[in-house]
Design a protein around this ligand. Structure first.
Ligand code: HEM
Length: 413
């Protein structure tokens, strides 16, 4: 870990390998013993209670302007080298406060209204069927590489109007960005990887943008270019940055909702059976899966002024981690929080954030997950985790997702 002195301690094991396998006992301990504590390895205050995380998301004294933290502790020379990365990320709406956040957000909101997303449902259904038909074997499937990785990147690629054959490249660049953003404190290698990815993203998008200027289509890329050309709503850098952000934010997370969600259901066969008998429960089930094993485990803020939250006083400049996945298991908010219950009604999970930065793509992610689980329930009602397979988790503390999930589609009884 970059610049981490030897004496730094991790008393709650947040960076331990055991946490990667199953972070929830660690969060339960934090909720009981230290609901707000300073984590030395992260150099940040970790906030875990549902009420505090929810209030934190809505509290404008906690600023989202935080790109500087990715090059914290690095030499001036490295920071200079990283300038193109910082330039790109400085225009991500995720890292803005009002009023610039409001301006950037209002433009992309238009592409993601629930009505527009609902109109994509038939296309998403068809893509799921296509991917399932194209699986390598009739009897088995590796869900992550054959389904969960592909669907979200194809969907977001189609929304932007990108050639489908580019999806593997886009995925590789996104993975590098995920290593930067999801670690809380990236290593120099992770920062350099992300820099390379951002440069490739920009080189990739530039000619496509030029092409949309002369031949606009009905895709999101054309809409962004028009916002740049007419009315000067966006600068070219803002268009490039928004494309990078939407691509990045739009698929890794959804891949992980499909993977984590399916694993949770297969580990609770009685819940799978319940859904088989009552597929109308699927929308609630997806919310419960988001709560139960959140694809985004935490996000960061910076105190813009001295402020009090959760009985703790933060000082201006303090870094504050809102621990979404811990809040989702807070027994004060959710009865029996470690139990997966697709009929649960108290669904105020924090997995898409809250407040002004509430996930732009929430409706899209929901439809993708609902349609994936619906197709699996219908086509492979007896699906099981492959015998002997040990699901492997990615080495990323912020984005929780599986590297692989082998299943048997129709096991002999
Ligand atoms: C913001 C989670 C899918 C685009 C966020 C935030 C969270 C989140 C927690 C708020 C971060 C913060 O406040 O710091 C998720 C999860 C997803 C998902 C769990 C899937 C299960 C998507 C999709 C898209 C998307 C499909 C786009 C196609 C965005 C964007 C933002 C965002 C652009 C920034 C919004 C802003 O700053 O105003 N997401 N997301 N996300 N998400 Fe998602």
């Amino acid at each position: 870990m970059m610049g981490m002195p030897m004496e730094v301690t991790d008393p709650y094991g947040l960076l331990s390998p055991e946490r990667r396998q199953n972070p929830y006992p660690f969060y339960a301990r934090l909720l009981r013993e230290a609901p707000v504590h300073f984590s030395e390895p992260w150099g940040a205050w970790v906030v875990t209670r549902h009420a505090d995380v929810n209030a934190g998301f809505r509290d404008m004294r906690l600023s989202s302007v935080r790109t500087g933290m990715f090059s914290q502790g690095m030499s001036e020379e490295v920071v200079r080298k990283l300038a193109p990365m910082n330039r790109n990320m400085a225009s991500w709406l995720l890292f803005h406060d009002a009023p610039s956040h409001t301006r950037l957000r209002s433009l992309i909101n238009k592409a993601f209204t629930p009505r527009m997303v609902e109109a994509l449902r038939p296309r998403i259904q068809a893509l799921v069927e296509e991917l399932l038909d194209a699986r390598r074997s009739k009897e088995q499937m590796e869900v992550i590489s054959e389904l969960a990785n592909s669907l979200p990147v194809i969907v977001i690629g189609e929304m932007l109007g990108l050639p489908r054959e580019d999806r593997y490249r886009l995925k590789q660049w996104s993975d590098k960005l995920a290593s930067l953003i999801g670690t809380g404190r990236p290593t120099l290698a992770e920062v350099e990887g992300a820099l390379g990815a951002i440069l490739e993203f920009e080189d990739y998008f530039r000619p496509l943008l030029a092409q949309r200027r002369t031949q606009p289509g009905s895709d999101l890329l054309s809409a962004l270019v028009q916002a740049e050309e007419h009315g000067n709503l966006l600068s070219e850098q803002e268009v490039l940055s928004t494309c990078t952000l939407v691509l990045f934010a739009g698929h890794e997370t959804t891949t992980n909702l499909i993977g984590n969600g399916l694993l949770a259901l297969l580990r609770h066969p009685e819940q799978w059976e319940l859904l088989r008998g009552a597929p109308e429960l699927l929308p609630d089930a997806v919310e419960e899966l988001l709560r139960y094993d959140s694809p985004v485990q935490f996000t960061n803020r910076v105190a813009a002024v001295d402020l009090e939250l959760g009985g703790h006083t933060f000082r201006k400049g303090d870094r504050v981690m809102l621990m979404i996945a811990a809040a989702n298991r807070d027994p004060v908010q959710f009865s029996n929080p470690d139990r997966l219950d697709v009929r649960r009604k108290e669904l105020r999970h924090q997995s898409f954030g809250m407040g002004p930065h509430y996930c732009v793509g929430a409706a899209l992610a929901r439809v993708e997950a609902q349609e994936t689980f619906a197709a699996l329930l219908r086509r492979f009602p007896r699906i099981q985790v492959a015998p002997g397979a040990v699901p492997e988790w990615a080495d990323n503390v912020g984005f929780r997702g599986l590297l692989s999930l082998p299943v048997v589609l129709d096991p002999a009884t």
